[in-house]
Design a protein around this ligand. Structure first.
Ligand code: ADP
Ligand code: MG
Length: 679
């Protein structure tokens, strides 16, 4: 791969500026594609100008002056055969005053506005017109750039790059023709310099055949890379477990419920993976309350019965604590020793826990991020289970995998369902199991959207619900910009509730509390000792208190869709009919209204996630995961969903039949590393 510093015509400062754009090699520069285009291929007569449209005009300066009222400005009049036009500059250099001398012939380009004295251009680009000035033969590209690198320099650099032999075709002959795409070389050349009659709208929307060809190539590279990862896992050793003969069936017998069909199906998929000599990397998806924990516990027992340790990791202390208690309840009767590890433990407890993990006497370890720490050594880690995986970064998961020798199996769980296009692209290196049904006997949650002006009625509802022996959550407004304000809001809300409901026992939980305090509050709520729990979004993930059947969320319009869905999933976990009330401030923006409508209309995590993806885009949606995964630059999963399907099938075929082309293709699209970060 050609490094930019090897190109003779490139100066050091140019190479340094390109590096700031993340471009280090020829392929990167060739694939630095325009954001938009300007049309300097023809000249418009002043008479034919239209407000709101960009145009190029040529004429002679007939007047120029610097005015001071209402503010300093350089104003000139340009005249062609059909009329006159004002040029206006609010910031300017002395050299520009000189360039606009009366009598100068100029070609100017800018967006036309209707001004007081007819049409005007504000800050147009200006070029002196000489004898030999011609109009541009192609549309002029406008690139993303950084300070210090002008469009002009970038255009020149790319023009040179286009002559450097970097445009070889990486798709086998016949493949792109059969898809009705132009060649790679033709696409890149045309996108940098489209012909004057090009479809401007298609170019902007990236729907022209040239854009589509490159979007396809990018998606194909992602597929190839993911599939290669997937395949390379087969060459890595992992502990091979036997099917459980005893522990799993003992656990199932002790439960007060039977597994749903969906739980049985995914349990079998996981069990089969664990009998393989290669590491499992499976994502278990299931909406909130679908019962993922018991499935994970079955996998854990298979590991333990085969003599290997299990780690279960949760993103918050509250959730880790809850898992720990649940596991104690389920597994103590089976004589399984469980250790507990969090960052907030005192040193003595932690060291004791670490000792049992290291000597192997702890068969099952439950904890938070603390499990990632280097000091934590497992005797024989066979399976790592990660709850709410979207909360963890790629690096953290990697760290956990490195805690076993051979590599442990990994089970990741998420209640934020991953839309199909995402799981086909960013998650294509993982196997996916889906729990697509809820346990029976759950009455669906009723969601209500209520304006904040009707707060009194809502308070009354809380009073009634608690009087009938139910429990309720009151979720404080989210204040993202300041933790101190968030804390103040939580305390204020708590005080208000105490004042409002002197007859109730009320708890308060927020992110700034000490873990032990948090646990005590959650335990009291779980045991029914408190009836109302005032909480921040710390209760968003996983918390399971079946008797809670009412939730009020203040300022719901501030929260993300998946977040609201998670929060709402804290109720409706028992047999009682549950309600979630979304309080909003009046004067909702258009988008806020659209988002609340989604949550109001749907109880289906998948539909909500898809809407969330559409509203926020994959970068936001994927959150931390993006830190280790290159994001798509050209392709768009919504617009190009059909291409994604084709790329997926093509990837399988090319890997089998054209390994050499595959390598070239990956080198072009994945940089010199040629590989995605391992996830
Ligand atoms: P999530 O998938 O959100 O993590 P949990 O595993 O916390 O859900 O399960 C939610 C609740 O449903 C728990 O109280 C759990 O014990 C219960 N549960 C799980 N599976 C079943 C089932 N098949 N029938 C009835 N209740 C179940
Ligand atoms: Mg859970």
């Amino acid at each position: 791969m050609t490094n930019l510093s090897e190109i003779k015509a490139f100066s050091k400062p140019l190479v340094a500026n390109l590096a700031k754009l993340g471009i280090s090699n020829l392929q990167g520069l060739l694939l630095h594609l325009p954001l938009r285009y300007i049309d300097e291929t023809h000249i418009t007569a002043v008479r034919d100008l239209r407000a709101g449209e960009a145009a190029q005009v040529e004429g002679e300066i007939v007047h120029a002056e610097v005015t001071y009222k209402p503010r300093k400005a350089l104003i000139a009049r340009l005249e062609d055969a059909s009329g006159q036009l004002t040029l206006r500059f609010l910031h300017f250099y002395p050299s520009q005053i000189a360039a606009l001398k009366v009598g100068t012939k100029l070609r100017v380009y800018g967006e036309v506005r209707s001004g007081f004295f007819g049409y005007e251009l504000v800050h147009p680009t200006c070029k002196a017109v000489g004898e030999k000035t011609t109009v541009a033969e192609t549309l002029t590209p406008v690139y993303p750039t950084v300070a210090g690198l002008t469009q002009g320099s970038l255009r020149k650099a790319i023009a040179i790059a286009l002559t450097q032999n970097g445009l070889n075709e990486t798709l086998p002959a016949g493949v792109y023709q059969s898809l009705h795409f132009p060649s790679f070389a033709a696409s890149v050349k045309s996108l940098h310099n489209p012909p004057p009659d090009a479809d401007l709208q298609g170019l902007e929307e990236k729907t022209t055949p040239e854009w589509q060809r490159l979007a396809f190539d990018e998606l194909l590279a992602q597929q190839l890379s993911m599939r290669k990862h997937y395949a390379s896992r087969r060459s890595v050793d992992a502990p091979q477990f036997k099917q459980s003969k005893q522990l799993v069936s003992s656990l199932l017998k002790s439960l007060p419920f039977a597994l749903t069909q969906a739980q049985q199906k995914v349990a079998i998929e996981i069990e089969r993976d664990l009998t393989q000599p290669h590491p499992m990397q499976r994502l278990l998806q299931g909406d909130v309350g679908s019962g993922k924990t018991i499935v994970a516990c079955m996998a854990a027992l298979q590991s333990i019965e085969s003599g290997w340790q299990v780690a279960l990791m949760a993103p918050t202390e509250i959730l880790a604590e809850q898992h720990f208690r649940k596991m104690l309840g389920w597994l103590t009767p089976l004589n399984i020793k469980i250790a507990w590890l969090t960052g907030s433990q005192n040193k003595k407890d932690r060291e004791a826990a670490m000792q049992t993990i290291a000597d192997g006497s702890a068969q099952f370890v439950v904890g938070t991020h603390a499990l990632f720490q280097e000091a934590v050594q497992f005797k024989k880690l066979g399976l790592a289970i990660i709850d709410e995986q979207h909360r963890f970064g790629v690096q953290q998961r990697l760290a956990l995998r490195q805690k076993g020798q051979p590599e442990p199996h990994q089970l990741m769980m998420t209640a934020t369902p991953i839309p199909r296009t995402l799981s086909m692209s960013y998650y294509a290196d993982l196997d996916v199991s889906v729990i697509d049904e809820l346990p029976p006997g759950r009455t669906p949650i009723v969601t209500k959207l209520v304006s904040d002006v009707r707060r009194d009625e809502i308070l009354q509802r809380v009073r009634e619900a608690c009087a009938q022996g139910n429990q309720a959550y009151w979720v404080c407004p989210l204040i993202e910009e300041s933790e101190a304000l968030q804390l103040a809001t939580a305390n204020d809300t708590y005080a208000l509730m105490q004042h409002e409901f002197p007859e109730l026992k009320i708890g308060l939980v927020h992110g700034r509390m000490k873990p032990a305090e948090k646990q005590a509050v959650m335990a009291a709520f779980s045991a029914g000792e408190t009836q109302l729990l005032v909480a921040t979004t710390v209760i968003e993930v996983g918390v399971d208190v079946p008797n809670a059947s009412l939730m009020v969320i203040e300022h719901a319009e501030r929260m993300g869709l998946s977040q609201l869905h998670q929060l709402r999933g804290r109720v409706g976990r028992g047999a009682a009919k549950s309600t979630c009330i979304l309080l909003y401030q009046n004067k909702l923006s258009e988008t806020a209204r659209a988002r609340l409508k989604v949550i109001y209309e749907s109880n289906d995590g998948f539909a909500i996630a898809q809407a969330d993806l559409n509203l926020r885009g994959p970068g936001e949606f994927l959150g931390v995961r993006q830190s280790g995964v290159p994001m798509l630059k050209i392709a768009d999963l919504n617009r190009d969903a059909a291409l994604l399907n084709v790329a997926k099938n093509m990837a399988e075929k090319l890997l089998k039949e054209h390994p050499a082309e595959v390598e070239q293709h990956l080198e072009r699209w994945m940089g010199s590393a040629g590989e995605l970060v391992k996830v």
